[in-house]
Design a protein around this ligand. Structure first.
Ligand code: NAD
Length: 217
């Protein structure tokens, strides 16, 4: 698997929040936005914001800040959200359906062109306009679609077997929503996603808040 020793990973994780805010500023007609204003809105330190944005090679202007249009362009370009990334989704269940319906992906250049499932009731249907095929046709369908990215939303026990097929058909990156630790070649990019880690942080913050309110009462 491509070893993702990306030193700037925490900065990269914050870029979508900056982009959202700057797009909003653009809708409000602002031409420039300062690192301090961004920091205030997002409860961050201005120096952190400037450091994060420097990875996109954007330069601010003294006393004015960043050009809103240039900043949007710089973040989108750095994230490659200004180019279309065609993808397939395997496992059109609850999570898969939610992802297929997530309109925001179109602003990130992500275009899911086909979904695959084992359920005969889903095969041949369309979910949020995306056609659903039998998973048995993966090897025929993927090479014809110019797709290098897969979203994996099958039950965890099925994940490795599907991954073996994805490797064979030339998929280069898997956004893995399952709990399975996938065995893949060194050249493949795998990003594992887990809502539970965000929820874990939320729970600890709630506990800390409760402890604070007990000790102050
Ligand atoms: P689900 O049962 O609703 O959906 C699973 C879908 O996969 C079904 O449509 C099923 O027919 C299909 N499927 C089963 N075996 C298959 C195979 N071999 N090939 C293709 N399709 C197959 O489940 P869900 O709630 O949508 O969860 C799906 C996966 O996502 C699970 O692995 C779950 O653990 C994971 N999940 C992760 C997160 C997260 O935070 N990352 C959140 C929710 C669910």
């Amino acid at each position: 698997m491509v070893k993702q020793k990306i030193a700037a990973a925490p900065s990269i994780r914050r870029l979508p929040a900056y982009l959202h805010l700057v797009r909003q500023a653009q809708r409000e007609g602002l031409q420039y936005i300062s690192g301090t204003a961004i920091a205030q809105e997002l409860n961050l330190e201005p120096i952190q914001v400037r450091k994060d944005l420097s990875i996109t090679h954007i330069m601010g202007k003294p006393k004015k800040g960043y050009s809103v249009a240039s900043l949007i362009g710089a973040i989108e370009h750095f994230l490659s959200w200004d180019t279309t990334r065609r993808a397939v989704l395997i496992g059109a269940g609850n999570l898969g359906t939610a992802l297929l319906g997530y309109q925001e992906f179109q602003y990130h250049g992500l275009q899911v062109v086909a979904a695959f499932d084992v359920n005969p009731e889903k095969i041949g249907s369309r979910i949020h306009q995306v056609p659903v095929f039998s998973v048995e046709t993966l090897e025929q369908e993927i090479p014809t679609r110019g797709v290098k990215t897969a979203l994996l939303t099958v039950p965890s026990h099925a994940a490795q077997a599907i991954t073996e097929i994805l490797i064979r058909v030339g998929i280069e990156g898997i956004w893995n929503f399952t709990k399975a630790k996938l065995r893949v070649p060194d050249t493949m990019v795998v990003q594992k996603e887990d809502l539970s880690s965000g929820y874990a942080l939320f729970c600890v913050m709630m506990q800390a808040r409760q402890l604070e309110s007990y000790s102050s009462s």
